[in-house]
Structure formats: C-alpha cells, structure tokens
Design a protein around this ligand. Sequence first.
Ligand code: CUA
Length: 336
Amino acid sequence: MSGVPFGAVLDSVREGSFWMPPDASVTTQFVDPVFYYILGLTTFFFVAIVAVGAYFAIRYRKRSDADRTHPSAGSHTLEAVLAIIPSILMATIFWVGFRGYINLSVPPPDALEIRTVGQKWFWTFEYPNGMVMNTSVENAKLREEAGLETGLVVPIGQPVKLIGHSRDVLHSMFVPAFRIKKDVMPNRYTSIWFEATKTGTYDFFCTEYCGKDHSRMITKVIVKEQADYDAWLEEETKNSAKPKSGSELFAQGGCTACHSLAGVAGAGPALNGLFGRDEALADGTSVKADENYIRESIVNPTAKVVNGYAPVMPPFAGTFSDEELDTLVNYIKNQK
Ligand code: CUA
C-alpha cells in the first residue's frame, strides 16, 4: 500500500476535487445532498442485488436432473413488497430532486441581476450600472497585459441572478463550483442564481457544443469581498466608458481566432491588404472590398462569403455599437 498516496486522495475528497468540485456557493446544498442520496441508494442496491444474485446462483444451482422437477410457487406478498418499496424510494428521489430544482430556479428577491450574453465564442456580462465585461480569450489576454482581471466578478455573500440569452446558437452557462448550469438561447431569457460563499476564482464554461471554438468559450467567476468588488466595479465602469480602439474591438470580438492580419489564411481570410481589393466570392461573383462590404461582413457575414471558405462566421449584429463598428471598419481598412 506504500505506493498509494492515500493522504492525497483524502485531501482531494475533503477539498472536493475527487467527488465534487470545490463547494463555493449556497446553491451547492440543492445539488450535493441529492447527488449523494441517489449515489448511496443506487450503490446499496447494486451491491445487494449482485451479492444476493451470486449467492442464489451458487446455493440453488442445478446439481442433478432430480433437482427442481416442478416449478416453484409465486408469492403475491413478495411481489407487492418488491413493487411498493422501490416506488417509495423513487418518490423520495423525485421529491429531493424537484425541491432542489425549484430552489435553483427561484432566486432570492434581493439578487444582483447580471445579464449574460452568449455568442460564438465568448461570454459578455452586463452589470446593472451599464458596465459591460467582454471575456473573449483575446480580450482577456490584452487585459492581462494591462494588469486587469477578466471574468464575471461578484461580491461574496450576495445572491446573484444571471439572466442569460444568446446572440446566435445554443450555449450553456456552467459553474461547477456553484453547481449551476443553464442553457442560453436566442429570442428568450433564461436565468439561474448563486450566492458565493468563498472568495476565489472559479471556472465558467460553455457546456453546450456550439461550433468550431466551443472549447475556447471559457472564462472565470471571480468572487471578491464587498469593498474590493465596489472598487473593482468603479474602476471598470470608468474604463468601459472610454471609447475602445480598433485593435481592442478586434480582440473583443475574438476576430483573431480566424482572421490573421499578417497574410495567413485561417478559418477566415487574412484581413491585411483587403481594402480596395476585388474579392472572388463563393457564388462565382466578385465584390470590391470597400467600407460597406467590410461592415456587412461583420454584421451579416454569410451575405457574401469569400470563395474557398466555409460560411462559419457568426453574425456580430448587436455586438458592437454603431460607433464601434465605424472604428472597427476603419481599423480593418488600414491593415496593409
Ligand atoms: Cu458556446 Cu459551446
């Protein structure tokens, strides 16, 4: 047994990485007991049934042709017991699960509401004061270089309601440490809530397969003390009021994931030297790459698809304001 790091296993159980992720929200109480109850129940019956089955198979095996010459009699009492007990247990599973589901669905009335927008392939969080946090991988990198944290930042001990929707396809908000998970979809809102109990940084995933860069649709939940949160929000609100540069908007949209500015073809064409060029399109026609073409290709990319590329770019209508679109078009225009 000397090779087994038993202490490490025990530690991971205690910290929650072996059975369950870390426990960092009051909402875990609606999920974990249900999980352990069902796990315990099914484990008990699995072991009991296999053990009794094995014992009977050996104890009552057919030893000779003289064994079991007539069928054994049935028992109505036994059958009734075997129907009633599992029914009661199923009802208890339904009850604890349903109660947990309802509790997860109804946030406390004083919850801080944060709108969560999913789009291919990043999350945007909109705070009640209008501050918008963009969490694309490229934007997070830029912000990290500037010493800024990126993610869903929330205060500890405060119920938070995430009101989600999607700008394109199905995505799903998932925070394992809070045991919360909810699909977001176009044309309707869904919501989920949590109340963080520990400061720290936790994963926030998209857990609905949503296309090419689904695996990059990942960010963090950062839980801060109330005072730190207030200071952070004030600072970010000031930052977000400043107009963004073209390169910042290019990063926010996650554009670099597919579009090189150095002449390398990716999932989409390279954008340097694009302006003024005649682009051959997939439908056999061609188009002069002017401001209108660039703008249309951001807002509604499948309208004119460049020959040799798949129509996979998501539409960015609604992602950028009119001013931001101007800045972005101008930025792309000037990539020589
Ligand atoms: Cu969004 Cu997967």
